[in-house]
Design a protein around this ligand. Structure first.
Ligand SMILES: [Zn+2]
Length: 325
């Protein structure tokens, strides 16, 4: 009985965590045992987060276009501590830092939500008043030791105490981790002064990431949301913001091989992308794609069919809180 209920999407459809609409279209179902195995191959143990469910379903909101997982099984403190022991996890230089910094001028009050060690501060003009919020205590201590004003506090709590206090509220690679994005973004907007800018960078769903199979870090417990351009625009609209920019970064050199591999697989499969693919067909294709000339030729065909797949990992939304009239 229980098993049959799992296969009836309507019976358990989960409302969209972004806009609250009831109807999410079921896109894909991820067996959590397979997902845990993908993480294990990268040296990360996640099975504790999947204890209550054998299957995570992936939805796309038909109203706002946000991609989400149900149950979201979000990671917690110990999960992120585990990730930080991986050499590839910390990045002090992100292409989006450079782009976002163009929107920030000397004298402005900047709040960064989920700021880690505060690496973004180094990209800002010297006369900026910078404050960061971060949950990871080790990162908070490192930032404070470097003389930065970084606190362990949620944006919801911070905005209550500091309404309309900032000219810029930024967050980089955070919103895809947040199971309740509506209250997160609403609080970011509360903290903004009228005329201020919200700057949010997330992994782009309108990029090669949409078709990258067997990439566990873009799935729970790491990422619980997938943001398309349309979903970001709708987010800004719901908050009464005026869209100023939606920028896709070009592919980063260190993502190029991953991108070509994903696109070549996608072109060969020619069907709706599944996030986890353990089929024999996939494994045979992987062997074929070790030949770079074949891989690159197929990837080129994929881009010709869907130009968005050429885009890089990250998209940045810049939106303005209207000035009071
Ligand atoms: Zn929605």
């Amino acid at each position: 009985m229980g098993h049959r209920e799992h296969e009836t999407p309507q019976a358990e459809a989960t409302p969209c965590p972004g806009c609250g609409a009831a109807a999410g279209a079921l896109v894909d179902s991820l067996p959590t045992a397979d997902l845990a195995e993908l993480y294990r191959r990268r040296g990360i143990e996640v099975s504790a987060y999947f204890e209550t469910t054998a299957l995570i379903r992936r939805f796309r909101c038909q109203a706002c276009d946000l991609g989400y997982f149900s149950p979201p099984c979000p990671g917690d403190g110990p999960f992120y501590e585990q990730l930080q022991t991986q050499s590839w996890y910390y990045q002090d230089e992100k292409p989006e830092y450079d782009y976002a910094a163009r929107f920030i001028q000397a004298g402005q009050r900047v709040l960064e939500v989920g700021c880690g060690k505060g690496a973004f501060h180094a990209w800002l003009p010297s006369k900026v008043s910078y404050r960061g919020l971060e949950f990871n205590m080790e990162a908070v201590q490192k930032a404070q030791a470097a003389g930065l004003d970084v606190r362990k506090q949620s944006i919801e709590e911070h905005a209550t105490r500091h309404p309309a206090a900032y000219d810029r509220v930024c967050s980089f690679q955070v919103l895809e981790h947040v199971p309740e994005p509506a209250s997160f973004v609403h609080a970011c907007v509360d903290a903004l002064a009228p005329g201020g800018l919200l700057i949010i960078a997330v992994p782009a769903e309108d990029s090669f990431l949409a078709v990258a199979a067997n990439a566990p870090l873009n799935m729970p417990p790491h990422h619980v949301l997938r943001w398309s351009d349309r979903a970001l625009r709708n987010l800004a609209n719901r908050e009464g913001l005026v869209l100023k920019d939606l920028w896709h970064e070009p592919i980063a050199p260190f993502h190029r091989d991953w991108q070509l591999q994903a696109l070549a697989h996608h072109y060969l499969a020619r069907r709706r992308a599944r996030l986890i693919d353990h089929s024999l067909r996939y494994r045979l294709a992987a062997r074929l794609l070790q030949r770079q000339s074949i891989r690159d030729w197929l990837a080129q065909r994929a881009v010709r069919a869907s130009p968005d797949l050429e885009r890089g990992h990250t998209v940045i939304l810049v939106a303005e809180k209207p000035a009071l009239t």
